[in-house]
Every structure is written in C-alpha cells, then in structure tokens.
Design a protein around this ligand. Structure first.
Ligand SMILES: Nc1ncnc2c1ncn2[C@@H]1O[C@H](COP(=O)(O)OP(=O)(O)O)[C@@H](O)[C@H]1O
Ligand SMILES: [Mg+2]
Length: 355
C-alpha cells in the first residue's frame, strides 16, 4: 500500500490552464474523493496520477516516489472508469484475469486471484457468463474485479456509478465502501455528486475551476465550509444564502436588504460594516409558534421529512422539517432560526468569517 501526494500540480492544454496548482496529501489506506462540478479538472487530475496525461508542473508521488515521468504500467495502480468497457467476447472470469494473463502471471496464481476477487464481489456464480448476460451493477462489479485482481497500491475510480440507476447507485456506494473497509487499499475516487462524496469518503477534496477549494472530512465540510462555493456545493437541499449586513447597533442581528432581521449568535470580529452573506442550512429553520411568519411557496412531502420553500421577508428559504406539515401554499408558517448554526461569509471574497 502507498500514500499519494500532489505538490503544486499544474496542467495546461495548449495555453489553457485547467489545473492551477493543486496540493493534496493522501495517507496510506485512505479513501479520498475529488468532487466538483463538471469541467473543474477532476478527471484530468486523476489521469495525471494514472500516467495517462502529462504533468505540466509540480510533482506527483506514489509511495514516496516521484512518478511524473513513470509510465502507467510501472505505477502499481488500477483504474475503474464510468464506461467499464468489458471485453464482450470474454467471460467474467476471462475479463477479470485478462491483465494477469498479459503480465504472464502463473495460471494457478491468476485463478486464485480471480476466485478471491469474485468471492469478495459476489460474482462466484457468474464466472462463465458474458457481459451481455449481466445487469449494469454486475458489470460494474466485474470492472472492479479487474482492478482488485491486480492487487494495486492505489485504486482510481472515475465516476464509476454514473451509468447506473438511482437505486443501484445507492447499493453500489455501500458495496464500494465496504470493499475499501476490507481491502484498505488507498483509493482516489472522482465524482460530481456531492452525496456520493459525503457518504463514501474518509476525506473530500472540493475542486472548482482547477483549484482546490477545501479539503476535509465530510462533516468538516458540511459544518465549516471554508467559503461560499463549498457551502453551496455540499448539502442537499442546498444552503440558503441571504445578502446583507450586521446591524451596527446590535451585531447579533443580520439585516437583509428588505429589513428582515435574522439572528446571529457569535458575530465574528471584523464583520460589522462589510457586505456579508448569511448562510443557513434548511434543517436549522425550525417550526416555532412564536417565530417569524413566512408564506409557504412550495411544499414537498417526502414521507420521511417535509421540504418546503418559505417566503420570509424578501427571501425564499428552503426548509426541511422532520415534522409533517398540513398547511398548503399561500398559508403562513411560523419559524425560528437556530442561530448557533448560522454561517457568515464575506460577500466579496466569499471567505467564511464565522469560526
Ligand atoms: N484533451 C484535452 N484537450 C483540451 N482540453 C481538455 C482535454 N481534456 C480536458 N480538457 C478540458 O479540461 C477541463 C477539465 O476537464 P476534466 O478534467 O475532464 O473535468 P471533470 O472531470 O472535472 O469534469 C475542461 O475544461 C475540459 O474541457
Ligand atoms: Mg470527468
């Protein structure tokens, strides 16, 4: 097993920079997810780690060794892609053993490894099938099996679940996580889906436009987003964001442009007199008979919880209640804000000001 380090890594396609100096330190055995909107450079970064793309600047290390110019086959990595590209004319067993055959592994050893991987992935009974005889989830498992048999230092995944339907995606998420808990192989996993990142990762790297916005555990990012981008990207329904300023007379009141006053429990030093953004997650708006009146715009019962959009002053706020709500659109609900969970950001830089 091996850790992975990116130090000031850069990549340009022609004159166009797409990775603009990325530093990431991945410990041996860690499950790290690179997440960010489409086009932010996730696949490019992963492909540089795999050796499929040249590095324009900086250094990438695997197991302490600089791999910048090392060919892919010498990096001891195995990659699983979105389009798992199984060989249609080969059985599951042959697909999984193919790379071992190419590397001229002894037959008995290859069989042992394929059996082991098939056992872990629940493919034992499907070894003689062809890819067309498998479901999407089974094909995805074969693609993972191909990676497992190689027993690499590092697993790389690029959006491996994107082609699966929603239900299967949830099931495979748990399978991949369990697989990592068993094998404990260092894993770098790319996705644009923040829920996938939150549910699976030991550590998340949020990327945006070729730079790293924040690195942390899923709950670090959720509870203390470093800036507006991370605050808005992580969490679903998304964080509410309201522009305004602290009341200089009483900085525990945040004044929206329409005059609505919202509570702040710990006004950060230096926040008075600046343009701010008030960040409020939907679950920290609570039903409260003595609270502020809001008008229901949309109500969405999910069974488990109630999602709704509430017009409070001039702002449409997204709310999530554990309770069921019987009122309908146009009616009034009274709500209170849990001020201890409010985030304040500097409107200009986007930087988090609350600690
Ligand atoms: N071979 C290439 N030539 C030119 N531009 C590329 C190439 N590959 C990717 N890009 C550009 O680099 C940026 C990052 O792409 P990519 O790493 O695929 O993003 P992501 O995986 O986060 O969606 C995009 O703007 C994309 O258009
Ligand atoms: Mg990609």
């Amino acid at each position: 097993m091996a850790g992975v380090q990116f130090a000031d890594v850069r990549k340009s396609f022609g004159a166009f920079p797409v990775i603009k100096g990325v530093d990431i330190d991945i410990a041996d055995g860690e499950f790290v997810i690179l997440v960010g909107p489409s086009g932010c450079g996730k696949s490019t970064l992963l492909r540089m780690l795999a050796g499929l793309e040249n590095i324009s600047g900086g250094e990438i290390k695997i197991g302490g060794r600089v791999v910048n110019t090392l060919p892919p086959k010498d990096r001891d990595i195995a990659m699983v892609f979105q389009n798992y590209a199984l060989y249609p004319h080969m059985t599951v067993e042959q697909n999984m053993g193919f790379s071992l055959m190419l590397n001229k592994a002894p037959k008995a050893e290859a069989e042992k490894r394929v059996k082991y991987a098939a056992g872990i992935l629940g493919l034992d009974k499907l070894l003689d099938r062809y890819p067309r005889q498998l479901s999407g989830g089974q094909r995805q498992r074969v693609a993972m099996g191909r990676a497992i048999v190689r027993d690499p230092e590092v697993f790389l995944f690029d959006e491996p679940l994107s082609n699966l339907d929603a239900k299967l995606r949830v099931a495979m998420r748990a399978e991949i996580k369990e697989l990592h808990q068993r094998l404990k192989t260092t894993t770098v996993y790319v996705t644009h889906d923040q829920i996938e990142a939150m549910t699976m990762a030991d550590k998340i790297v949020v990327m945006h436009d070729g730079v790293v916005e924040q690195i942390g555990t899923p709950l670090d990012l959720y509870d203390k987003p470093a800036n507006l981008f991370v605050g808005g990207f992580i969490g679903s329904p998304a964080m509410n964001m309201i522009k305004g300023r602290l009341d200089p007379e009483n900085p525990t009141r945040f004044k929206a442009p329409d005059g609505t006053a919202l509570p702040v429990s710990n006004p950060p030093a230096g926040a008075i007199g600046r343009d701010l953004v008030y960040g409020l997650r939907p679950e920290y708006i609570l039903l409260d008979a003595n609270g502020l009146p809001g008008e229901i715009v949309v109500i969405e019962p999910t069974g488990y919880e109630t999602h709704l959009i509430l017009k409070l002053g001039g702002s449409d706020l997204s709310c999530v209640f554990r309770e069921r709500v019987s009122a309908g659109p146009g009616e009034t609900l009274r709500v209170a804000i849990d001020a201890a969970h409010v985030h304040l950001f500097d409107a200009e830089s986007g930087r988090r000001l609350t600690d």
